[in-house]
Design a protein around this ligand. Structure first.
Ligand SMILES: [Zn+2]
Ligand SMILES: [Zn+2]
Length: 454
């Protein structure tokens, strides 16, 4: 008497190698060859189990397709049994599939988990900006791993030249494409140029500028209309009787000027770039210095819903020096994670679509009936979302924040990070006090649902 013998195999019918991290909506196929013995043919039953999680009610039923084909393999008669499983659209769902013959212990396939892949097609204005992004990329990947999203850099274009080609590896086409555009912070001129006239070693106009030694001091409170947005110099040009004495452009202006506080800007006439100006003033001759002022704008606007884009503005070192600010890789990683989060549909203003889900254990026996519970319907809305009426631009996460009075918003309130706390990366500002792990648990859970459902 010969027993029946099985040979099991895990295959990927959508192409590529089976992966521990499988993409939702993708089919995973299990194959079992039952070599016929001489005893009574056993019944083959399949068992699919999904590990229980807080997301249970959101996970859709996987779809099964079970079939049997008699065939021959290695010269023997076998019954070939297939189970095709289409994975539900929630990330981080762990599945174990096993197959059982009557009277034998269950044979398990390697467990797998649902992950989503996000390919970033990076378009950088120049190599400096791309360098900043590159250093921050590992931080971005780490932030998204908690949501079971693998971030991968795909195509890279720097200053119009493609430096990295598309990934054509296996499974290379599965997942979302997000275009990340890196550009330098915008500088918006907010005022007319300030023309400072100097004669006989003293400022003759305007009255809110003074000259003390080599320091030219400008009271910007006199010209600033946007008190909350500190302005700064974007360029300096100086001319004397014989023509242009010096020109200092945006990239170098930080080296010769300083922002003392919200009310004062200074220009150091002893700086090398302004040496001809200093000499002219020292000689008592007339000099006219034009100071161009501006306001910086950065980190604006990621994609929305399925739009699949993230526009990211980064500061150059010269600009940081001017503001006395830092821009660490962790801050850039938070900024990129924030905008990519928007691009994946996180805290989407229109999120009202419902999910349907059921349960986490499924049994299927050929010819038998499976048991199913009625699906539950759950709203997709983000429970911690706040709109621009409480500050910021667009919809954001209120984790660890409270409301304070602010007459500049339409609600007369603004959300602010609580003392001693750190915000979620989806708060409307990622400049400071963002938690190291990035997203709050609500955003992680939300991302696991919205990203896969795109
Ligand atoms: Zn945002
Ligand atoms: Zn959050």
């Amino acid at each position: 008497m010969k027993r029946h013998y099985i040979n099991k195999k895990y295959v990927d019918p959508d192409g590529g190698a089976p992966n521990y991290r499988n993409v939702p909506g993708h089919r995973v196929k299990m194959k079992v060859d039952l070599r016929r013995g001489t005893v009574v043919k056993p019944t083959v039953s399949w068992h699919v189990e999904r590990e229980a999680s807080e997301d249970d009610r959101f996970v859709e039923d996987p779809q099964f397709d079970v079939r049997t084909t008699p065939t021959t393999s290695w010269g023997r008669d076998v019954d070939r049994h297939w189970l095709t499983l289409t994975i539900g659209k929630v990330l981080g769902a762990r599945y174990t599939v096993s197959v059982k013959l009557d009277g034998q212990p269950a044979h398990s396939f390697a467990p797998f988990e649902t992950w989503y892949r996000v390919f970033l097609n990076v378009n950088a204005g120049d190599a400096y900006l791309y360098g900043l992004f590159s250093k921050a990329l590992s931080g971005v990947k780490k932030i998204f791993e908690r949501a079971c999203i693998a971030i991968e850099e795909n195509e890279v274009t720097v200053a119009g030249t493609k430096t990295k080609e598309k990934d054509h590896s296996e499974q290379g086409d599965r997942g979302a494409r997000i275009t990340v555009t890196l550009s330098a912070a915008d500088w918006y001129p907010f005022s007319h140029n300030v023309v400072v006239k100097i004669a006989n070693r003293a400022v003759t106009e305007p009255k809110y500028a003074t000259l003390t030694g080599d320091t030219l001091r400008l009271s910007i409170a006199e010209i600033c209309r946007w008190k909350a947005s500190p302005e700064h110099l974007t360029s300096i040009t100086a001319k004397g009787g014989a023509g242009t004495l010096a020109t200092v452009g945006r990239d170098d202006v930080a080296g010769v000027s300083a922002r003392v506080d919200n009310r004062t800007l200074t220009v150091d006439l002893a700086a090398q770039a302004l040496a001809p100006v200093q000499a002219e003033i020292a000689a008592g001759r007339a000099v006219e210095i034009t100071l161009a002022t501006g306001v910086e704008q950065f980190g604006r606007e990621g994609g929305q819903g399925g739009a699949g884009y993230a526009n990211i503005k980064l500061w150059r070192q010269a600009e940081l020096t001017l503001f006395g600010k830092t821009q660490t890789s962790a801050q850039i990683a938070a900024l990129v994670a924030h905008e990519v989060g928007h691009a994946l549909g996180l805290v989407d203003r229109n999120a009202s679509e419902a999910y349907r889900g059921t349960r986490n254990v499924y049994a299927f026996t050929e010819g038998g009936a499976d048991e199913r519970r009625a699906p539950a319907t759950v709203s997709k809305a983000h429970p911690r979302k706040h709109g621009p009426e409480f500050g910021g631009s667009g919809h954001h996460c209120t984790f660890n924040t409270h409301r304070v009075d602010d007459t500049s918003t339409s609600s007369k309130k603004r959300v602010e990070v609580m003392d001693g706390m750190k915000s979620c990366v989806m708060f409307h500002s990622t400049l400071d006090r963002v938690r190291d792990e990035g997203f709050c648990d609500t955003c992680i859970a939300h991302l696991r649902r919205v990203a896969a459902a795109r």
